[in-house]
Every structure is written in structure tokens, then in C-alpha cells.
Design a protein around this ligand. Structure first.
Ligand code: CMP
Length: 135
């Protein structure tokens, strides 16, 4: 079994999509191992999105992620990292396929409803930052 980290971002939260996103993960058969709502401050946001520091969209991304609560979760299942990335769709919601979360609900970057780890290493790092503990 593999684990991954996924997070409904504040744009998804404010649109009332927390239940919809969790429903899709559960419908797929993934198990929720941990779930928590939290408010990012700028320091935490900059740590979480460290790899994007210096990019032109970084400040708009930090603005977005600090704009309201986010709901983070650890999901477990076979090949969970890849499966969750497929369920959420391409980063740019204008390119994400219909049927994916971003394809069905997103319209314009940086607001793309949901984030998910892109590797087991990212899962370890991101879940530790969000939950303050190791998974
Ligand atoms: P996420 O999967 O959370 O990882 C990094 C985030 O940066 C991404 O989703 C988007 O919210 C944002 N992002 C990535 N690329 C761009 C871009 N070209 N313009 C604006 N925002 C972006």
C-alpha cells in the first residue's frame, strides 16, 4: 500500500467542494488515514510551496493558499500517488480533462481546487509540513 497527501485549497473550500473532492477519493476506493482543516499563514505557505519560490506566480499562489482554510488529508491505496494525481487532473484547469476534479470544477490558475503530492518524497515532506508529524 502507498500513501499520498492531498489538499482541498481555499478556493475549493470557499466553493463548497470539500465533500465533492473527498467523495471522489472515497469512491475510487482510497482510504482516509488523516484529515484536518487548517489556515496557512505566509510562512507556512512559503515552506510548503518552496520549490516555486522565485517563479512569477509565487506571490499569487501564496495569496491564494492563505486566503482561507485548506483541508489536508493522507490517502492510502495501491499506487496512491499516481491514482490521486490522475483523479485531480492537469495543473492548469484549462487543460485538465473533463472527469477530473480540476477539469470539472476549475477555470483559471492559480485556483485549481486541489493539490496532491507528485512523488512519495513529496508526500513525506508535505504531510509533515501540514500535519506536523510523520506519516
Ligand atoms: P499545486 O498542484 O498546488 O502546485 C503548485 C501550484 O502553483 C499549482 O497547484 C497552482 O495553484 C499554482 N501554479 C502552477 N503553475 C502556475 C502558473 N503558471 N500560473 C499561476 N499559478 C500556477
Amino acid at each position: 500500500m502507498e500513501r499520498t497527501f492531498a489538499m482541498v485549497k481555499p478556493d475549493g473550500f470557499s466553493r463548497g467542494l470539500v465533500g465533492e473532492v473527498i467523495r471522489r477519493f472515497e469512491n475510487k476506493g482510497l482510504k482516509i488515514v488523516a484529515l484536518e482543516m487548517r489556515q496557512f499563514d505566509r510562512e507556512l505557505a512559503e515552506e510548503f510551496y518552496e520549490e516555486h519560490k522565485g517563479k512569477d506566480f509565487f506571490s499569487s499562489l501564496v495569496d491564494l493558499i492563505t486566503s482561507g482554510p485548506a483541508v489536508g488529508m493522507v490517502l492510502e491505496g495501491p499506487n496512491a500517488v499516481k491514482i490521486v494525481r490522475t483523479l485531480i487532473g492537469a495543473t492548469n484547469p484549462q487543460e485538465a480533462l473533463p472527469g477530473s476534479i480540476r477539469g470539472d470544477f476549475g477555470l483559471e490558475l492559480p485556483a485549481n481546487i486541489v493539490h496532491a503530492s507528485d512523488s512519495p518524497q513529496s508526500f513525506k515532506r508535505e504531510s509533515k509540513i501540514f500535519f506536523g508529524q510523520d506519516f
